[in-house]
Ligand binder design. Sequence first.
Ligand SMILES: Nc1ncnc2c1ncn2[C@@H]1O[C@H](COP(=O)(O)OP(=O)(O)OP(=O)(O)O)[C@@H](O)[C@H]1O
Ligand SMILES: [Mg+2]
Length: 520
Amino acid sequence: MTKDTFIGIDLGTSNSVVSYVKQGQAHVVEDAEGRRVHPSVVSFLPDGYVWVGAAARDRFLVDGTNTVFSIKRLIGRRFSDDAVTQIRERVPFDITEGDDGLPRISTRKGVMSMPELSAYILGYLKRLAETELGTTVERGVITVPASFNNLQRERTKEAGVRAGFKTVRILNEPTAAALAYGFGKGLRQRIAVFDLGGGTLDITVLNIHDNVFEVLSTAGDTALGGDDVDVRLAELMAVACLKTHNYDARRDRAAMAKLRRYAERLKVTLSEEDSAVLDVPQVAIDDKGKPLDLTVRLDRAGLDSRIADLVERCIKVFDDALKLADVASPNLLDQVLLVGGSTRIPLVLERLTEYLGKSPRQDIDPMEAVALGAAVHAASLGLAADDVSTPRSTLLDVTPRALGIGIVGSITEAIIARNTTVPIEQTRVFTTSYDNQTMVRIPICQGESRQLGENISLGMLELDGLPPRPRGAVHVAVTFEINTDGILEVRAIDRHTGKKQSVRIVLGVTDPHTDATAGA
Ligand SMILES: Nc1ncnc2c1ncn2[C@@H]1O[C@H](COP(=O)(O)OP(=O)(O)OP(=O)(O)O)[C@@H](O)[C@H]1O
Ligand SMILES: [Mg+2]
């Protein structure tokens, strides 16, 4: 074992996995009970203890307001996002708005940000790895959906720092899965990774050439996954509850949270069986103190008809990914890897097989592949520079969204196109638009729309302390870089003085007004 082991973490919406490489072999860390997959749940107990993983998940039904899940669906999103509003309606704990416009969760241990909450999960996984390895772990690779934007990546990286280890790379989940599949095998293939988890869908098309993994395109949906299936089935159960007991569970957050837990069980059973019967004890208590029990019956066809539109959305994303990669037809792919628990839904497999004209590859473990690939890349990053005998992985990934700035008229000017290989940098020169202007503010965003307001606002870029000169006389060259983590870095230089210009990105500013003129 090397003196400093780098770990790979798949920080999932529903489940997380941690791995490491030992003697060239990637391993998944197990907890004391032999669990390899850990629920991404944090529970704050009355006695001050904080539980994470399977133990925390057991507290869902007994202490819902202090048992937090779906953190990844909230991280790096604004409180005002539709996705956040949807989650607020679905969860039993309280989500409020922080000063920075980002969501916070109130627990009995206080009000916490998403990176703080994620850090509990990361810290837990780090400790599990340390126990198994018998050393301290100081560095790791964390995976994120390929479709994560700048803010989501930054906040995930912050979670790593809070958990007490250095995040040496933020790696895209499908790319990690491709590494787990192809590293060290001497392959020459064009493949796609189809990753449908609890909360997100990612599809990535790659070329594998020995140990070089070149991403050709990535497409996804950050709000599509198994959770959506659970919500549909919970609604079905709520309707049954209304019919049976004349009790509207949809108005009762705790009852809905409970129904969703059972809905997930029903869904998983229907992956194996053609029909299922599920008893849900005590959905709620009625006015007279009587517990309301429910029995739900559903067959596979009933499930399929309720989720067909979600599966079609997956196929549409696949089309997007192929188009972006310039691959004319799905049958030009050598392999399609299935990743994520929701690829076990029979309709997903059926529809994909039909679309591809062949069966996707199911021999890689859909729950573990991402973490294993993260460990493989972590091990490569941990190699000494002069170690030329150990094979390394080389990744050429892409940025999932265009990066742009706001110009006059609330229009977006693209700076870096979607699907460009990272790292990449582009420089633009800005001039002042009135006399003695000492500060220039430029909105920056991610997305493909011409309309600034339709893209994801990353914040306001502020160039401060400019020399007071006549309008148009100050020229500042601003370099936008998207690094290998997919994270934006900005630096600026005053063209006259050649001096570094102070630059910062202020979050939470939604005013799309720009007061700079973009030059050549
Ligand atoms: N046998 C099964 N049949 C159907 N769905 C399943 C099965 N097993 C797991 N799932 C679903 O898979 C989802 C979890 O998958 P996974 O652990 O890959 O997601 P995640 O990595 O946490 O999420 P994400 O990648 O979106 O962040 C859940 O919605 C779960 O209900
Ligand atoms: Mg996942």
